[in-house]
Design a protein around this ligand. Sequence first.
Ligand code: IDP
Ligand code: MG
Length: 153
Amino acid sequence: MSNEQTFIAIKPDGVQRGLIGPIISRFEQRGFKLVAMKLVSPSRELLEKHYSELADKPFFPGLLSYMLSGPIVAMVWEGRDVVKTGRAILGATNPLASAPGTIRGDYAIDVGRNVCHGSDSVENAKKEIALWFNENEIQQYKHSQFDWIYEKP
Ligand code: IDP
Ligand code: MG
């Protein structure tokens, strides 16, 4: 399927450190299609929902303060296998374990300042996209490069 979608976010440290362009470029240059993007300051309630699976973790309060510390670039990227491949582009959760060439492996050191977020499954991607975006914020268009990126639709 070339229309799989994932939720990718540039966290407050990524925005403040001038990494919006480089992070977007990695997804663009790989061939994925941007279908939604906004610079947002999410509410605590939204972030509690977004990270609900981590509510019991000792780092949860710190994670919420981190995510509330400045604006976030929220995006939806579309393309074949984009959920799994998006995670590979991001690198491991702990940047010290991320391979060079990944976003976290090139731009981050601490797990609590790992500059980006990406959905970890197709199911969670659907939930996260619905949490962060209204349906009318998701664009539908043909990517001009489509036939140069995919052998078969
Ligand atoms: P992921 O972002 O790679 O999917 P998750 O396990 O879902 O990783 O954790 C969500 C976020 O919580 C991480 O990206 C990171 O910012 C933060 N986090 C995870 N583990 C730790 C930790 O041990 N200390 C501090 N922050 C953590
Ligand atoms: Mg996660």
